[in-house]
Design a protein around this ligand. Structure first.
Ligand code: 0O2
Length: 224
C-alpha cells in the first residue's frame, strides 16, 4: 500500500483506490486490508464527531433531542466477500473499494421522522462532505417493509501525507423503524431459519405499516 509518511504532499482529495495496487488480490488477513480498514474507521470517526456536535448543539441551544443513539460498524471481512461475490465482483481491492459502499457504516436513530431530514441535511451540508447516492426508503419502503433513509457520503480523511476520499454509508431511522428492522433482521438471520413464508412476509409488511402510522401519530402529538 502506497501511503507516504511525513508532510502532506497535496491538498487535493485522493480517491482511496489510488493507494493500492489495482489488481492486488483481496486477503482479509494481510497488511493492505488492515490499513484500508483503518482508513474506513477514521472516516467513521470524522463523521461520528460531526453527529455528536449536532446532537449536543441541539440539546444545549434548543433543549431538543435530535438523535436518540448512534451505532457504528466496520463490515466484517466475511460479509464484504459475500457481498462482492453476490455482485459478481473480482476479489481485488479495487473492486471492493469501487463496489462496496457500506464497509464503513453509521446508523443514526432519531425520535421523530422530521429529525431524519434535519440530520440528513445537516450532514450533507458539512463542508468537504459529498453526497454520492441517496435512497429514500421512507417515502418508498422496500418490499420487505423496511423503512429508513440511506445516504452514501464521500468523506475526506486527512492523514499526515494525503487527504483521502472515503465512502461511508449512513442509515437514518426513527426509534420505531429501528425496533422493526432490528427484530426483522434477527428473525431473518436466526441460525437454521428458513426463508419467511409468504404469510410471514405479509405480516412483517403489515407490522411495518403500523410502525409507519405510529411515527406519523408521534409527529402530530409532538406538534400539539
Ligand atoms: P448490515 O449488517 O445490516 O450492514 P448498494 O450496495 O448501494 O447497491 P445495498 O447496500 O445492497 O445497495 O442495499 P441497501 O438496501 O441500500 O442497504 C442494505 C442495508 O440496509 C442492509 O445491510 C441492512 O442494514 C438494511 N436493509 C435493507 N433491507 C432490509 C430489510 O429488508 N430488513 C432489514 N432489517 N434491513 C434491511 P446488510 O448488507 O444486510 O448488512
Amino acid at each position: 500500500m502506497k501511503i507516504k509518511k511525513g508532510k502532506r504532499e497535496s491538498t487535493d482529495l485522493v480517491d482511496l483506490k489510488n493507494f493500492i495496487d489495482y489488481n492486488e488480490k483481496l486477503e482479509a488477513s494481510n497488511d493492505t486490508f488492515q490499513k484500508l480498514m483503518f482508513i474506513y474507521k477514521m472516516a467513521i470517526k470524522e463523521v461520528n464527531t460531526k453527529i455528536e456536535i449536532f446532537k449536543d448543539e441541539f440539546k444545549m441551544f434548543y433543549n431538543y433531542d435530535l438523535v436518540d443513539h448512534v451505532n457504528t460498524r466496520i463490515k466484517a471481512p466475511k460479509s464484504i466477500i459475500q457481498k462482492m461475490t453476490k455482485k459478481e465482483c473480482k476479489l481485488t481491492y479495487k473492486d471492493m473499494i469501487e463496489n462496496i459502499n457500506d464497509i464503513a457504516g453509521i446508523r443514526i436513530v432519531c425520535p421523530l421522522q422530521k429529525d431524519i431530514y434535519t440530520i440528513k441535511n445537516l450532514l450533507q451540508n458539512v463542508p468537504g462532505i459529498k453526497t454520492i447516492k441517496e435512497k429514500d426508503y421512507i417515502t418508498k419502503p422496500k418490499e420487505s417493509g423496511y423503512s429508513a433513509y440511506h445516504i452514501i457520503l464521500g468523506v475526506p480523511v486527512m492523514l499526515s501525507s494525503q487527504l483521502i476520499y472515503v465512502k461511508l454509508e449512513i442509515q437514518i431511522r426513527t426509534m420505531a423503524m429501528d425496533f422493526w428492522s432490528s427484530l426483522e433482521h434477527k428473525m431473518k438471520y436466526k441460525p437454521q431459519s428458513n426463508e419467511p413464508t409468504k404469510k410471514q412476509a405479509k405480516e412483517w409488511v403489515s407490522c411495518a405499516k403500523v410502525i409507519n402510522k405510529l411515527d406519523e401519530k408521534m409527529m402530530l402529538l409532538n406538534e400539539t
